[in-house]
Write a new protein. Sequence first.
Length: 568
Amino acid sequence: MIILGVHCGHDSCATIIKDGEILADVQEERFNRNKHSSDVPINSIEYCLKAAGLDDINQVNRITVPWERLPVKLAALFGVNQGVSLKALAQNMIGRVDIGVPEPMELKPPIYKRKFYLKDPSKIKCYNHHLCHAASAYFTSNSSEPCLIFTIDGSGDNVCTGIYYGEDNRIKKLESFYKEGALGWPYSLVTEAVGWIHGDGEGKLMGLAPYGDYSECEGLLDTYFPRFEGKKLVKPSKISTPGYWEEKAALQFQIDEADEVAELVDKYGKEAVAAEAQRVLEENTLNLVEGWLAEKPVKRIAFAGGVILNVKLNQKVWYAFKDRIDEHHCFPNPGDSGQAIGSALLSYYQDREFKGSTIKSLYLGPEYSNEDIQKCLDIRKLAYRKVDDVAQEAATLLADNKIIAWFQGRMESGPRALGARSILMSPLLSENKDLINANVKFREAFRPFCPSLIIEKRDDYLVDARDERFMITSFLVQDDKKEKIPAVVHVDGSVRPQMVDKTINPRYHALINRFGELTGEYILLNTSFNVMGEAIVNTPDEAIRCFYDSGIDALVIGDFIVQKPVDG
């Protein structure tokens, strides 16, 4: 059984699974370079078919879509809805009715795109958006035992917050809320009010929050957030239905009440308002989880939806309930870029037994051979070295406090760099955080960085941690380590770690281990291989371009090392 999952919308993506195994998963932004691209994921589909050894989309058994209604652009691509007007496209995808296009014009793909036409349109299966989020969380967890599933997102199919019950191969909806119980939208309107992009800047708001004191503005965001007491919604949020803005093939959203919150920002400061938004988000989510655990005292909880990218929230949930549960699972690609996987797994397990399937790796994107890389370097007439042991060479550079770009193997799926497309530096000096922000990422100085550490050293660095391979939950740092790795410890004493397993990424594990042998600390500063506002690099030529357009000292790409000349 081969299933192609396709999501068209914010963070368009595609995945392909064969007999339940995820063979490939990738976001369209990695190909067209427009962050959060909402384009039809044509490049992603092509890559997934290639990864599965297929040359015709009609060879797949099923195509799944995480929307109850098939997006018109996908219908046109698959050739199942000929004669669709652009006006209908606007109504279906955006909700507008007049875009100034004469009615006779039709949405039709050009000849070279018609290779995706389906001979059997019944292969397409559409599912509820939040049910697909729930499936992504449940069907990547480690057991089929009873599980409470929470989906917290912006909005999809008129759901913003959902609670589900998973057992065996079934997922049952227990409760759902639209904007009256939305937790993501209020957080995003604060993001917009601070001056950042709704649907992109929420991570910055989370990172800024620990710098603020919410005491002077406590309660001033209560109008915009819902109030949960236990499982009950006792006060609905009061926010408008968002509008939209499209730029560089990415959809952005706008909530009118952001203007009111912007006045609070002017009065109390960004840090204080960010801290209050984080406090209210955490308080209401904890209340919701507590209420449902009282109703259904299961030993497993799982989470998905874009809000679950908030690692501080996930930390609060873990520390609050770790003594009462056996598993706290956050799907590592929880936003809409994980929806292709969610829809495909939901469809696969509808008529199959599920026994638990912990996802161990997100290295599901394109990879490039040494031959590909060397050709790219030679065309550009670059000086390089081919070495026998890149882990040792790179560890030596890092121990000498150099900034390196690390390009190895298959690209990561999802928003986190996990040692395939990463920028790395020693975490031992506090000023390294400022160096990377200012000279490499070109972003705000307060932005924190994450560490990668070998999994064997987990408890040396972290307080009451569980295994976390995907940077989806933060943990407190052991007191005796805070001053030893200051470049990756946030102002609140936490880190968002990736624990590297030798059996999953042996070359990256070897790099960190050898850095530890040289310095005594088995941990590295790790950030995504890109600059602010751009998608993570995918290809060797993109890696070279980013390397020369930033303050990176060395590019370690496959078995090759490229270094910039040192003055003097």
